[in-house]
Design a binder for this molecule. Structure first.
Ligand code: MF3
Ligand code: CO
Ligand code: CO
Length: 259
């Protein structure tokens, strides 16, 4: 098995800058998420923002993916393709997932947005998903097992009556889009590989209102939806293992203290 890359200080700084830019693209887009706009319009704004900042979108052309970000509304779990045909409406929730390449380094982050007033269950799903990512991040420190990330996420999500998607995972990131290891969001305690300083990976739990299983759209080959057509939410950060804990590299809002 290919081993997990330990990044050099120079690589860490490059990935930090790229991750921050991806997060700033999400900060930037928030003012434009409104009823009546298409997801293709949001994608175009993100593409322009990334280009203005000297980077490119990693998703464009990645295994044939046609757009500069993934936009996944409501029952779409992940990999939604921005489209002129998808018009946002009051009550929608959506994940926007941006991966940048800046000076050759990859940063990957996503978060949820709401269009106007949303239902109580949609609000709860978003808050449980956001907190599950925080719990996962708090497991990041040298010597801990990767499996403990998925262990705490799954335990918390199930206690709140929702389910963890097991068909898509987090991943090492930084010098390529997807590196080892695979970061599972539901896992056994003390399973998997051990975290070491200089490792960089994403944690990106996808949490479903109902059943965990997903179905990929047969026509476009990308859009993953909940099999039961109920809601799904996701947050994603790019995280560095520091000598004493973690640094969230895609934290543009200073939400997380560096440990
Ligand atoms: N950004 C996604 C992730 O978190 C991957 C998108 S791949 C694409 O891993 F091809 F769908 F864009
Ligand atoms: Co990712
Ligand atoms: Co992503």
């Amino acid at each position: 098995m290919e081993s997990i890359i330990i990044k050099t200080p120079e690589q860490i700084e490059g990935i930090r800058r790229s991750s921050r830019l991806a997060a700033q693209a999400l900060d930037f887009i928030s003012d434009y998420v409104k009823a009546g706009v298409t997801t293709a319009y949001l994608d175009q704004l993100i593409d322009d923002f990334i280009a203005r900042n000297g980077a490119v979108a990693a998703t464009k052309g990645y295994n044939g993916f046609p757009k500069s970000c993934c936009i996944s509304p409501n029952e779409v779990v992940c990999h939604g393709i921005p489209s002129e045909a998808i018009v946002l409406k009051e009550g929608d929730i959506l994940n926007v997932d941006v991966t940048t390449i800046l000076d050759g380094y990859y940063g990957d982050t996503s978060r949820m947005f709401a269009v106007g007033e949303i239902s109580a269950v949609a609000r709860k799903l978003i808050e449980v998903t956001r907190h599950s990512l925080t719990l996962g991040i708090q497991q990041v420190r040298p010597g801990n097992y990767f499996g403990n990330i998925g262990f705490v996420i799954n335990r918390y999500v199930r206690a709140n009556g929702f389910s963890v998607v097991y068909e898509f995972c987090g991943h090492g990131v930084g010098v390529r889009f997807h590196e080892p290891p695979q970061v599972d969001h539901a896992a056994r305690r003390n399973s998997g590989e051990i975290m070491r300083p200089g490792m960089i990976f994403t944690i990106e739990p996808m949490i479903n209102e109902g059943r965990p299983s997903t179905v990929v759209d047969k026509k476009d080959g990308w859009t993953a939806r909940t099999a039961d057509a109920r809601l799904s939410a996701q947050f994603e950060h790019t995280v560095l293992v520091t000598p004493t804990g973690f640094e969230v590299l895609s934290d543009s809002q200073n939400e997380y203290l560096i440990t």
